[in-house]
Design a protein around this ligand. Sequence first.
Ligand code: ZN
Length: 222
Amino acid sequence: MVRCECGYGIIWVMRTQPLMRRRDFLFAFTAATVAGISPAAVRAAVPSSTQRVLWLRRAGTSDEIAVPFCIDGRTVYYPGYNAICWLMRDRHVAAAEGYVRIDIVEIEALWEVQQALALQGVRRPLIITSGFRSVQTNLATENAARNSMHCYGKAADMYVDGISTRDLFDACWSRAVSGGIGYYDSHVHLDSASRRWWVGDLAVPVFDPALANIRGDSVVNA
Ligand SMILES: [Zn+2]
């Protein structure tokens, strides 16, 4: 079972999908194999209530896809979903280890950011610098958190050509649902864990009710 959080609520769907329609297959195949500007890539920037197309490029490679991960507004569309997971794999290890299922909520988050940018007239791919990370790759990554969401397939580091990381950060922050957002000089980190944000290595303190009580008591005692 896979949870798909779409605009129409939370829906549980079976992994086994009905036979794909030929038209859908041709569309996904074409979208996944044609690099650069394609009809599907253009469609990625057009808000749709049912079909959700994500346009991604992998930094430092020629890999580029614009594929739907949802075509009915309710369930995961696996040809597109799998292509996204492949693009976001850990490229430093064997495919058997680096190609994992990326959290569908994270993919939804990336799509929402792309839609937010499209509403501002930015119709370009999200360029992924890091997706899933195996434990060994994470250990070798400078300044990476030991328990990084990248290791769970719940995070992406990215930038977009032509816009500042500050503008990309703002687009991420404009999302209504939760998620962690990290702001760096060269990229923005977006994950599907709890809502929080940080700048570079400077973590923003989390409000701790227990600590607040202690402070309150000390004020009373004073
Ligand atoms: Zn990251």
